[in-house]
Design a protein around this ligand. Structure first.
Ligand SMILES: Nc1ncnc2c1ncn2[C@@H]1O[C@H](COP(=O)(O)OP(=O)(O)O)[C@@H](O)[C@H]1O
Ligand SMILES: [Mg+2]
Length: 258
Protein backbone atom coordinates (compact mmCIF):
# COMPACT_ATOMS: atom_id res chain seq x y z
CA UNK A 1 0.00 0.00 0.00
CA UNK A 2 1.46 3.35 -0.95
CA UNK A 3 1.17 6.16 1.60
CA UNK A 4 -1.22 9.06 0.98
CA UNK A 5 0.18 12.26 -0.48
CA UNK A 6 2.38 14.27 1.83
CA UNK A 7 3.54 11.34 3.91
CA UNK A 8 6.92 9.76 3.87
CA UNK A 9 7.04 6.09 4.61
CA UNK A 10 9.66 4.43 6.75
CA UNK A 11 11.12 1.09 5.79
CA UNK A 12 8.91 -1.63 7.22
CA UNK A 13 10.44 -4.02 9.70
CA UNK A 14 8.77 -6.99 11.39
CA UNK A 15 7.86 -7.04 15.10
CA UNK A 16 8.05 -3.33 15.52
CA UNK A 17 6.03 -1.31 17.97
CA UNK A 18 2.77 0.09 16.67
CA UNK A 19 3.60 3.59 17.90
CA UNK A 20 6.99 5.02 18.69
CA UNK A 21 8.09 8.50 19.63
CA UNK A 22 11.79 9.32 19.45
CA UNK A 23 13.35 12.28 21.26
CA UNK A 24 10.03 14.08 21.01
CA UNK A 25 10.19 17.68 22.24
CA UNK A 26 8.08 20.80 21.98
CA UNK A 27 8.75 24.24 23.42
CA UNK A 28 6.27 27.03 23.91
CA UNK A 29 8.17 30.33 24.20
CA UNK A 30 11.19 28.48 25.51
CA UNK A 31 9.19 26.38 27.97
CA UNK A 32 9.62 22.66 27.28
CA UNK A 33 6.16 21.10 27.59
CA UNK A 34 7.44 17.76 26.26
CA UNK A 35 11.14 17.16 26.60
CA UNK A 36 13.09 14.46 24.76
CA UNK A 37 10.41 11.83 25.16
CA UNK A 38 10.98 8.39 23.70
CA UNK A 39 8.34 5.79 24.29
CA UNK A 40 6.51 3.06 22.42
CA UNK A 41 3.21 1.26 22.49
CA UNK A 42 2.42 -2.20 21.17
CA UNK A 43 -0.67 -3.61 19.55
CA UNK A 44 -2.99 -5.24 22.10
CA UNK A 45 -1.82 -2.93 24.84
CA UNK A 46 -3.64 -0.52 27.12
CA UNK A 47 -1.12 2.12 28.17
CA UNK A 48 -1.88 4.67 30.85
CA UNK A 49 -0.12 8.02 30.90
CA UNK A 50 -0.12 9.59 34.35
CA UNK A 51 1.59 12.55 35.98
CA UNK A 52 0.83 15.83 37.72
CA UNK A 53 -1.04 18.67 36.06
CA UNK A 54 1.13 20.38 33.47
CA UNK A 55 3.33 17.28 33.01
CA UNK A 56 2.76 17.33 29.25
CA UNK A 57 0.23 14.50 28.92
CA UNK A 58 -2.27 16.31 26.72
CA UNK A 59 0.55 17.93 24.75
CA UNK A 60 1.91 14.44 24.02
CA UNK A 61 -1.46 13.48 22.50
CA UNK A 62 -1.42 16.77 20.54
CA UNK A 63 2.00 15.84 19.14
CA UNK A 64 0.92 12.32 18.14
CA UNK A 65 -2.24 13.55 16.41
CA UNK A 66 -0.60 16.43 14.55
CA UNK A 67 -2.44 19.14 16.47
CA UNK A 68 0.96 20.40 17.58
CA UNK A 69 4.21 20.05 15.63
CA UNK A 70 7.29 19.01 17.60
CA UNK A 71 10.33 21.25 17.88
CA UNK A 72 12.47 18.12 17.80
CA UNK A 73 12.09 14.38 17.41
CA UNK A 74 9.45 12.36 15.65
CA UNK A 75 6.49 10.06 15.87
CA UNK A 76 6.18 6.81 13.92
CA UNK A 77 2.93 4.86 13.62
CA UNK A 78 3.12 1.53 11.77
CA UNK A 79 5.30 2.37 8.77
CA UNK A 80 4.30 6.02 8.68
CA UNK A 81 6.22 9.01 9.86
CA UNK A 82 3.41 11.04 11.43
CA UNK A 83 5.56 14.08 12.03
CA UNK A 84 4.65 16.67 9.43
CA UNK A 85 1.38 15.01 8.46
CA UNK A 86 -1.88 16.92 8.79
CA UNK A 87 -4.39 16.03 11.48
CA UNK A 88 -6.95 14.58 9.04
CA UNK A 89 -4.26 12.44 7.39
CA UNK A 90 -3.31 11.02 10.78
CA UNK A 91 -6.96 10.21 11.49
CA UNK A 92 -7.21 8.44 8.13
CA UNK A 93 -4.01 6.56 8.85
CA UNK A 94 -5.80 4.96 11.81
CA UNK A 95 -5.28 7.15 14.87
CA UNK A 96 -8.47 8.09 16.76
CA UNK A 97 -8.46 10.66 19.53
CA UNK A 98 -11.02 11.56 22.14
CA UNK A 99 -10.77 14.87 23.94
CA UNK A 100 -11.81 15.19 27.56
CA UNK A 101 -15.22 16.77 27.06
CA UNK A 102 -17.76 14.62 25.23
CA UNK A 103 -18.67 15.92 21.81
CA UNK A 104 -21.67 14.21 20.30
CA UNK A 105 -24.48 15.51 18.12
CA UNK A 106 -27.02 16.21 20.86
CA UNK A 107 -30.07 16.43 18.63
CA UNK A 108 -29.31 13.24 16.71
CA UNK A 109 -30.11 9.76 17.95
CA UNK A 110 -27.47 7.31 19.12
CA UNK A 111 -27.94 5.44 15.84
CA UNK A 112 -27.46 8.60 13.79
CA UNK A 113 -24.39 9.65 15.76
CA UNK A 114 -22.74 6.32 15.01
CA UNK A 115 -23.92 6.30 11.41
CA UNK A 116 -22.52 9.82 10.90
CA UNK A 117 -19.12 8.62 12.02
CA UNK A 118 -18.65 6.29 9.05
CA UNK A 119 -15.71 7.76 7.16
CA UNK A 120 -17.58 7.77 3.83
CA UNK A 121 -20.65 9.39 5.33
CA UNK A 122 -19.04 12.38 6.89
CA UNK A 123 -18.47 14.69 3.96
CA UNK A 124 -21.98 14.96 2.62
CA UNK A 125 -24.87 15.61 4.97
CA UNK A 126 -27.51 14.99 2.30
CA UNK A 127 -26.02 11.72 1.13
CA UNK A 128 -25.61 9.92 4.41
CA UNK A 129 -29.27 9.06 4.87
CA UNK A 130 -29.16 6.95 1.72
CA UNK A 131 -26.24 4.90 2.91
CA UNK A 132 -28.20 3.01 5.54
CA UNK A 133 -27.21 -0.32 4.05
CA UNK A 134 -27.41 -3.63 5.94
CA UNK A 135 -23.64 -3.38 6.46
CA UNK A 136 -23.91 0.03 8.07
CA UNK A 137 -26.81 -1.07 10.27
CA UNK A 138 -24.96 -4.20 11.38
CA UNK A 139 -21.82 -2.23 12.25
CA UNK A 140 -23.78 0.41 14.17
CA UNK A 141 -25.57 -2.31 16.15
CA UNK A 142 -22.32 -4.13 16.87
CA UNK A 143 -20.65 -0.98 18.19
CA UNK A 144 -23.77 0.05 20.14
CA UNK A 145 -23.72 -3.32 21.90
CA UNK A 146 -20.05 -2.87 22.77
CA UNK A 147 -20.61 0.62 24.26
CA UNK A 148 -23.64 -0.47 26.32
CA UNK A 149 -26.11 1.55 24.22
CA UNK A 150 -27.79 -1.22 22.22
CA UNK A 151 -31.21 -0.40 23.69
CA UNK A 152 -30.73 3.38 23.32
CA UNK A 153 -30.25 3.50 19.54
CA UNK A 154 -33.47 5.48 18.94
CA UNK A 155 -32.87 7.96 21.76
CA UNK A 156 -31.46 11.38 21.10
CA UNK A 157 -27.97 11.87 22.49
CA UNK A 158 -29.15 14.83 24.57
CA UNK A 159 -31.06 12.58 26.97
CA UNK A 160 -28.07 10.33 27.66
CA UNK A 161 -26.10 10.62 30.88
CA UNK A 162 -22.59 12.08 30.90
CA UNK A 163 -20.97 8.63 30.95
CA UNK A 164 -23.15 7.36 28.13
CA UNK A 165 -22.19 10.34 26.00
CA UNK A 166 -18.54 9.50 26.61
CA UNK A 167 -19.22 5.93 25.46
CA UNK A 168 -21.08 7.20 22.41
CA UNK A 169 -18.09 9.28 21.44
CA UNK A 170 -15.80 6.28 21.88
CA UNK A 171 -18.26 4.34 19.71
CA UNK A 172 -18.10 7.00 17.00
CA UNK A 173 -14.30 6.61 17.00
CA UNK A 174 -14.60 2.82 16.81
CA UNK A 175 -16.83 3.08 13.72
CA UNK A 176 -13.75 4.45 11.97
CA UNK A 177 -11.85 1.36 13.06
CA UNK A 178 -8.67 3.02 14.34
CA UNK A 179 -5.65 0.90 15.16
CA UNK A 180 -4.58 3.34 17.83
CA UNK A 181 -7.04 5.04 20.16
CA UNK A 182 -5.97 7.98 22.33
CA UNK A 183 -8.26 9.00 25.20
CA UNK A 184 -7.83 12.00 27.47
CA UNK A 185 -9.33 11.41 30.93
CA UNK A 186 -12.27 9.35 29.67
CA UNK A 187 -13.72 8.52 33.10
CA UNK A 188 -13.69 12.04 34.59
CA UNK A 189 -17.16 12.68 36.00
CA UNK A 190 -18.27 9.06 35.70
CA UNK A 191 -19.82 6.99 38.48
CA UNK A 192 -17.87 4.05 39.90
CA UNK A 193 -20.03 1.62 37.91
CA UNK A 194 -19.55 3.56 34.70
CA UNK A 195 -15.80 3.64 35.29
CA UNK A 196 -15.74 -0.12 35.67
CA UNK A 197 -17.77 -0.59 32.47
CA UNK A 198 -15.45 1.80 30.66
CA UNK A 199 -12.47 -0.23 31.84
CA UNK A 200 -14.01 -3.44 30.46
CA UNK A 201 -14.76 -1.64 27.22
CA UNK A 202 -11.19 -0.37 26.78
CA UNK A 203 -9.70 -3.79 27.53
CA UNK A 204 -11.96 -5.32 24.91
CA UNK A 205 -11.18 -2.60 22.37
CA UNK A 206 -7.44 -3.08 22.87
CA UNK A 207 -7.53 -6.77 21.91
CA UNK A 208 -6.84 -5.91 18.28
CA UNK A 209 -5.51 -2.38 18.54
CA UNK A 210 -3.66 -0.19 21.04
CA UNK A 211 -5.25 2.17 23.53
CA UNK A 212 -3.42 5.06 25.21
CA UNK A 213 -5.29 6.62 28.13
CA UNK A 214 -4.36 9.77 30.01
CA UNK A 215 -5.92 9.38 33.44
CA UNK A 216 -5.80 10.64 37.02
CA UNK A 217 -8.02 7.99 38.59
CA UNK A 218 -5.53 5.46 39.98
CA UNK A 219 -8.14 2.77 40.64
CA UNK A 220 -9.11 2.97 37.01
CA UNK A 221 -5.49 2.88 35.88
CA UNK A 222 -4.95 -0.20 38.02
CA UNK A 223 -7.98 -1.88 36.42
CA UNK A 224 -6.95 -1.29 32.81
CA UNK A 225 -3.29 -0.51 32.25
CA UNK A 226 -0.85 -3.16 31.07
CA UNK A 227 1.89 -0.61 31.46
CA UNK A 228 2.04 2.87 32.94
CA UNK A 229 4.12 5.79 31.71
CA UNK A 230 4.71 8.58 34.24
CA UNK A 231 5.46 12.05 32.91
CA UNK A 232 6.87 14.91 34.93
CA UNK A 233 7.83 18.31 33.50
CA UNK A 234 7.60 16.90 30.00
CA UNK A 235 10.04 14.10 30.70
CA UNK A 236 9.61 10.39 31.21
CA UNK A 237 9.91 9.89 34.97
CA UNK A 238 9.13 6.17 35.16
CA UNK A 239 7.58 3.36 33.18
CA UNK A 240 6.44 -0.14 34.00
CA UNK A 241 3.63 -2.10 35.57
CA UNK A 242 1.30 -0.27 37.95
CA UNK A 243 2.91 -2.15 40.85
CA UNK A 244 6.42 -1.05 39.86
CA UNK A 245 5.39 2.52 39.27
CA UNK A 246 3.51 2.77 42.57
CA UNK A 247 6.60 1.65 44.47
CA UNK A 248 8.91 4.04 42.64
CA UNK A 249 10.13 6.71 45.14
CA UNK A 250 10.41 9.36 42.41
CA UNK A 251 6.80 8.77 41.38
CA UNK A 252 5.60 8.89 44.98
CA UNK A 253 7.46 12.14 45.50
CA UNK A 254 6.14 14.06 42.51
CA UNK A 255 2.73 12.54 42.04
CA UNK A 256 1.23 9.72 44.04
CA UNK A 257 2.26 11.12 47.41
CA UNK A 258 0.10 14.21 46.96
N1 LIG B 1 -0.29 25.69 23.07
C1 LIG B 1 0.38 25.95 24.19
N2 LIG B 1 1.01 27.14 24.37
C2 LIG B 1 1.71 27.41 25.49
N3 LIG B 1 1.83 26.54 26.53
C3 LIG B 1 1.22 25.36 26.42
C4 LIG B 1 0.46 24.99 25.25
N4 LIG B 1 -0.02 23.72 25.44
C5 LIG B 1 0.41 23.34 26.65
N5 LIG B 1 1.15 24.30 27.24
C6 LIG B 1 1.82 24.19 28.54
O1 LIG B 1 2.52 22.98 28.57
C7 LIG B 1 2.45 22.36 29.85
C8 LIG B 1 1.89 20.98 29.72
O2 LIG B 1 0.50 21.07 29.49
P1 LIG B 1 -0.42 19.79 29.29
O3 LIG B 1 0.16 18.94 28.23
O4 LIG B 1 -1.80 20.30 29.06
O5 LIG B 1 -0.30 19.08 30.70
P2 LIG B 1 -1.16 17.88 31.31
O6 LIG B 1 -2.13 17.40 30.28
O7 LIG B 1 -0.15 16.86 31.72
O8 LIG B 1 -1.84 18.46 32.52
C9 LIG B 1 1.62 23.29 30.70
O9 LIG B 1 2.49 24.08 31.47
C10 LIG B 1 0.86 24.10 29.70
O10 LIG B 1 0.53 25.36 30.21
MG1 LIG C 1 -4.22 17.34 30.22
Amino acid sequence: MSPPLGQSSVAAAPNRHLLETTGLSVSFDGFKAVDDLSFYVNKGEVRAIIGPNGAGKTTLLDLITGKTQPTKGHVRFKDLQLTGMREYQIVRAGVGRKFQTPSVYESLTVFENLEMAFPDNRTSWSAWRFRRTPDVIAKVEEIAELIYLRDRLRDRAEILGHGQKQWLEIGALLIQNPELLLLDEPVAGMSARERESTGKLLLEIALNRAVVVVEHDMDFVKQIAHRVTVLHQGKLLAEGSMDDVQKNPKVIEVYLGH
